[in-house]
Design a protein around this ligand. Sequence first.
Ligand SMILES: Cc1cc2nc3c(=O)[nH]c(=O)nc-3n(C[C@H](O)[C@H](O)[C@H](O)COP(=O)(O)OP(=O)(O)OC[C@H]3O[C@@H](n4cnc5c(N)ncnc54)[C@H](O)[C@@H]3O)c2cc1C
Ligand SMILES: NC(=O)c1ccc[n+]([C@@H]2O[C@H](COP(=O)([O-])OP(=O)(O)OC[C@H]3O[C@@H](n4cnc5c(N)ncnc54)[C@H](OP(=O)(O)O)[C@@H]3O)[C@@H](O)[C@H]2O)c1
Length: 389
Amino acid sequence: MSESATVSPSVYSKDRPYPAVLIENRLLTKPGSAKETRHLVLNLGEGGPGYEAGDSIGVFPLNRPAEVAEILQRLGATGAESVSLPRVAAPVDFREALTSKLALAGPTRAVLEKFAAKAADPEEQGRLAALSAPGAREAANAFLAERGFVDLLAEFPSVRFTPQEFVDMMRRLMPRLYSIASSPRVFPGEVHLTIVITRYRTNGRDRVGVCSTFLADRVPLREGHVPIFVSHSHFRLPPDGTRDCIMVGPGTGIAPFRAFVQDRAASGATGRNWVFFGDQRRATDFLYEEEWQQYLADGQLVRLDTAFSRDQAHKVYVQDRMRENAAALWSWLEGGAHFYVCGDAKRMAKDVDAALHELVAAQGGLTPEQAASYVKQLKKDKRYQRDVY
Ligand SMILES: Cc1cc2nc3c(=O)[nH]c(=O)nc-3n(C[C@H](O)[C@H](O)[C@H](O)COP(=O)(O)OP(=O)(O)OC[C@H]3O[C@@H](n4cnc5c(N)ncnc54)[C@H](O)[C@@H]3O)c2cc1C
Ligand SMILES: NC(=O)c1ccc[n+]([C@@H]2O[C@H](COP(=O)([O-])OP(=O)(O)OC[C@H]3O[C@@H](n4cnc5c(N)ncnc54)[C@H](OP(=O)(O)O)[C@@H]3O)[C@@H](O)[C@H]2O)c1
């Protein structure tokens, strides 16, 4: 394996984000897909932060101007009012605070209580008091799950806050993390991302994910800046390029494995690469299909097993493909392969972990306890790594 890519010492950090430029914004899913998954490319220029395959980047988004404008209008504010925020040295304009500093989603029950205290209309006051009552916790949570600050202002128009009172109820707008889908050896000065754009409708309003739509809809191509930082990870390729890699990445979980395969091809790593990919439908959701086919043709990928969950009556998932290929997978593991999982933490990563345990027990002729300690040892040796969210 050739010399590893160096990470340049950087003056940029989470507290001092780098202004990257969006240079590509392309749909990966095809017409008819239930999802909108995009390939986005950020240019870091020559002096930007360095990264390695396996790292993620943090993006500081801006909220939607229309939502900010509606909040200002409903509060009777101009946006030019000055407000103070915790951990922000100087006062900022109210509009600026709502645009870049504060989360417009996620009001809490404490916020409902503040609304109840401010309601001038008795009917609104009654509804808010009922939701704020000690026994109404579940009802209040269900009510809040479908509402942001703008909904509360729309539903309780008699409630008025000063700009400072309003910002005092809000939480900070947090950066979002994204797995980097490119290797710096192949795309120096660039960061590629694979992002599902969040759009849905609740309580009669179209909702959007703040950061995914900031990147997909609101950042102009080649103009304007996206404040980013690199989040250095422990998710790493084997230092020994002769080791085999098994990569399980359904949906956007495929992102770091695009980086890994690029990196291994560029570094001349001789270990074999095996990718498990899954998504809803082959015809519309096979992310980076042409690239995988090319890697297969070139021998840089020796196996690609896909699980398209909605192409048949029953669900087929990546762990089903692992089970079907249990003997080969076991032989790769016994040969020293590294096993990686990326993507959904709630269900997929747990189910893949269970499938790995079952497979090790069955193929190795081990008891469940022995299989658990085999997998534990894989983790200890950094041969079983996960990047799940
Ligand atoms: C280490 C790490 C790596 C990641 N890598 C990637 C990646 O490579 N690609 C990627 O796409 N994402 C990735 N993510 C997730 C990413 O950070 C964001 O969480 C995601 O893009 C959503 O952010 P957003 O600002 O667009 O949405 P937000 O504004 O945060 O909104 C999302 C919220 O909206 C609500 N919501 C969403 N859909 C619905 C619905 N149908 N009904 C009701 N409510 C709903 C949920 O409360 C959800 O939490 C990663 C996360 C981590 C921690
Ligand atoms: N709002 C939306 O409409 C919407 C749509 C998609 C994703 N999302 C969210 O966006 C995030 C990222 O989505 P994504 O595109 O990266 O992929 P994803 O939703 O994780 O789906 C990728 C593939 O994994 C499958 N899957 C579901 N449960 C699984 C399990 N237990 N084990 C193994 N595979 C499983 C899915 O099948 P099935 O989906 O067919 O079960 C799909 O084929 C997720 O957190 C998801 O909740 C939202």
